[in-house]
Design a protein around this ligand. Structure first.
Ligand code: ADP
Length: 256
């Protein structure tokens, strides 16, 4: 289905090393990300997940092969490719509202429009009452919601998330997974998210990419529909079937 669409991101034989004489961290990576996809990237620590994300974000430059966004070479960061990190990157001297307004202000959007954008994002993240609070007054989950709002207020076509829920406790993490699934459904942005958590990948992603250490790159991928099932089923009936368990087992083995 997706293959008939134009890809948002294309990596073609993309190779990257941090040092000129070092073996590549990523070697000949090929990947296409299509509009509407929710891609989860899993793999052992050090296999190059963050490096891959940082190349797509434009923070790092590939040395060989192609890395394009909407057919243009990725040549630096852009608000079309919003990034959410694990540790909150909010400005502590700004309020919740000011943090969300920061991107649109930098893009020169008129003040009245920014006010409307901020209000609609606060409704989206369920924090209308918190507009004037400072970062230190917020829980970890609230800070992550503001981070997401700060990225989504720019209506990026692609949202890149590097272990966004890694610092949260288990219950908050599940709530945030549900929250992110809803935001993805409403925002129509594509998502690429790195996670260490196999169940998180299975219940959020529409496609899971498995990476291997030692420059192995993407070694396996799975198209999955559990996130769509969860969206359709407000009662959150059991979604773990035989395939779910098989994929989980295969990914688990790939980690070892
Ligand atoms: P992952 O996200 O899968 O844990 P990373 O992309 O962070 O992996 O790192 C891949 C490899 O690149 C690791 O061996 C790491 O030590 C190395 N690396 C990461 N950042 C740098 C850097 N700035 N300079 C040199 N090596 C780095």
């Amino acid at each position: 289905m997706k293959q008939t669409q134009k890809s948002l991101v294309t990596l073609r034989d993309m190779t990257f090393s941090y040092e000129p004489n070092q073996a590549p961290i990523l070697k000949d990576v090929n990947l296409k990300i299509y509009p509407g996809e929710f891609i989860c990237v899993v793999g052992p620590s050090g296999c190059g997940k963050s490096t891959l994300l940082n190349i797509i974000a434009g923070f790092l430059k590939n040395q060989h092969g192609e890395a394009t966004f909407k057919e243009e070479p990725i040549d630096g960061p852009s608000w079309h490719r919003g990034v959410v990190f694990q540790n909150q990157a909010l400005y502590p001297w700004l309020t919740v509202g000011e943090n969300i307004a920061f991107g649109p202000e930098n893009r020169g959007i008129p003040k009245k429009q920014i006010k409307d954008l901020v209000e609609s994002m606060l409704i989206e993240i369920g924090m209308t009452e918190d507009i004037d609070k400072h970062v230190f007054e917020l829980s970890g989950g609230m800070q992550q919601r503001v981070q997401l709002a700060r990225v989504l207020v720019n209506h990026p076509e692609l949202v890149l998330m590097d272990e966004p829920l890694g610092a949260l406790d288990a219950i908050t993490r599940i709530k945030m997974q549900n929250f992110i699934r809803g935001l993805w459904e409403n925002s129509k942005s594509s998502v690429l998210m790195i996670t260490h958590h196999i169940d998180e990948a299975l219940t959020l992603g529409t496609r899971i990419l498995v990476m291997k250490a030692g420059g192995g790159g993407i070694v396996k991928e799975y198209a999955v529909d559990y996130t769509e099932k969860l969206l359709k089923d407000p009662n959150r009936a059991k979604i773990v079937d035989e395939r779910y368990l098989k994929i989980k087992e295969e990914i688990y083995k790939a980690f070892n």
